[in-house]
Design a protein around this ligand. Structure first.
Ligand code: KIV
Length: 277
């Protein structure tokens, strides 16, 4: 699989140029068919490491590997033609050193065709973001609740309440100064998200943050009601597809047991119909 730049595809610079403009519409995707659906309506398609929980049944994103991100990234690339495709760097693939981050980010770009990577962390990751940005790797940062850090954050809690707001504001400034082209703000108070959006020269993309961020992102399976294991407060279900799928599978099982499926229209005679071979 090689990097594949298509005409009319949004670039990291296009996304950066949308600061303060029309809201950026972003969703995750992990497969080719879902990527096609998302690409038709969104500016950014993120191959999130949420794939580990959503499609692989892992308890957190910590078990996600580079191999998983490469496989799902390559699948998504086959369905994206207009949106900017961003691939998440999984836990353990970038934190050790800027050199390790470069090696793995370059692999993700080479083997999936993505035009940018996302990584979690603020002040602590600023040197790494600067190192990647200086070496032709566009970086989307992710601060606030960073799910790869649940063991040090003590769970999936709101970040930046009260005195802790200064820490998140420093993270936001650090990733912007380091050269990130956009930053995901996850699960921070609305007023802090608004302050960061007003303060930064790069777009903020909210998830559990504020409607006044420069864009919004959700996990596609969450907003479609396909991932029903739990529903964070910030998720709005725009459909309830798990219920529809359950009803359809139950109907199929009933019809197979009753021998009413397949019907005459689904089986073949021993003579080819006229006009066919
Ligand atoms: O992994 C993911 O899907 C994400 C988004 C929720 C921002 O990081």
């Amino acid at each position: 699989m090689s990097a594949n730049i298509k005409a009319n595809t949004l670039t990291p610079s296009d996304i950066l140029a949308r600061k303060g403009g029309d809201p950026l519409v972003c969703l995750t995707a992990y497969t080719t068919p879902m990527a096609r659906l998302v690409d038709a309506h969104c500016d950014v398609v993120l191959v999130g490491d949420s794939v580990g929980m959503v499609l692989h049944g892992l308890p957190s994103t910590l078990g996600v590997t580079m191999e998983m991100m490469v496989m799902h990234g390559a699948a998504v690339a086959r369905g994206v033609s207009r949106a900017l495709m961003v691939v998440d760097m999984p836990f353990g693939s970038y934190e050790e050193s800027p050199e390790q981050a470069f090696r793995n980010a370059a692999r993700l770009m080479r083997q999936t065709g993505c035009a940018a990577v996302k990584l979690e962390g603020g002040v602590a990751m600023a040197d790494t973001i600067a190192y990647l940005a200086a070496r032709s790797i566009p970086v989307m940062a992710h601060i606030g609740l960073t799910p790869q850090a649940i063991n040090t954050l003590g769970g999936y809690k709101v970040q930046g309440r009260g005195d802790d707001a200064a820490r998140i504001l420093s993270d936001a400034r650090a990733v912007a100064e380091a050269g990130a082209f956009a930053v995901v703000l996850e699960k921070v108070p609305e007023s802090l998200a608004n302050q960061i959006t007003a303060d930064l020269p790069i777009p903020t993309i909210g998830i559990g943050a504020s409607a006044d961020c420069d864009g919004q992102i959700l996990v596609v399976d969450d907003m479609l009601g396909l991932f029903a294991a739990f529903k964070p407060k910030f998720v709005k279900r725009f459909a309830e597809l798990e219920g529809d799928a359950d009803a359809a599978i139950a109907d199929y099982a009933k019809q197979v047991r009753a021998r009413s499926f397949p019907g005459p229209e689904h089986v073949f005679g021993d003579q080819a119909p006229e006009g066919t071979t």
